[in-house]
Design a protein around this ligand. Structure first.
Ligand code: SF4
Ligand SMILES: [Zn+2]
Length: 118
């Protein structure tokens, strides 16, 4: 379970704000948008991939203390093509995507038909 960066209490991973000190934990009040915070006197940009490769054009760079796009330069970036390669590596699913979609539609249709009968 993650901890609050300010009061260090354990908080739910989807929590928008810390229930103890009300520190915002997600950006724009949305649980799907993480908000990264620098600790102490350091700036996030110092360890950010996008500062290192000079692709960031945020105005707060290089002195960001909070950022939604921060990416630790020590962590690998998973690109869309790498994600799709992972999908292609699932041998049981390869070439059967059409059948899986058809089966899903069939199941949904059956569920709708059954719910209409009752
Ligand atoms: S994405 Fe955020 S943390 Fe990274 S360089 Fe840009 S402003 Fe700094
Ligand atoms: Zn807190």
């Amino acid at each position: 379970m993650p901890t609050c960066p300010r009061c260090h209490q354990a908080v739910e991973s989807q929590a928008i704000a810390c229930p103890y000190c009300r520190t915002a934990l997600k950006a724009h009040g949305h649980p799907g948008i993480p908000l990264y915070r620098a600790e102490g006197t350091a700036y996030l940009c110092e360890t950010c991939t996008y500062h290192e490769d000079n692709t960031c054009n945020f105005p707060q760079r290089p002195y960001a203390k909070e950022c939604t796009l921060y990416h630790d330069h020590l962590q690998p970036i998973v690109t869309v093509s790498q994600r799709s390669q992972k999908w292609q590596r699932l041998p049981a699913l390869r070439g059967n995507e059409g059948w899986l979609i058809l089966a899903g539609l069939l199941v949904v249709s059956l569920l709708i038909a059954l719910s209409n009968q009752s």
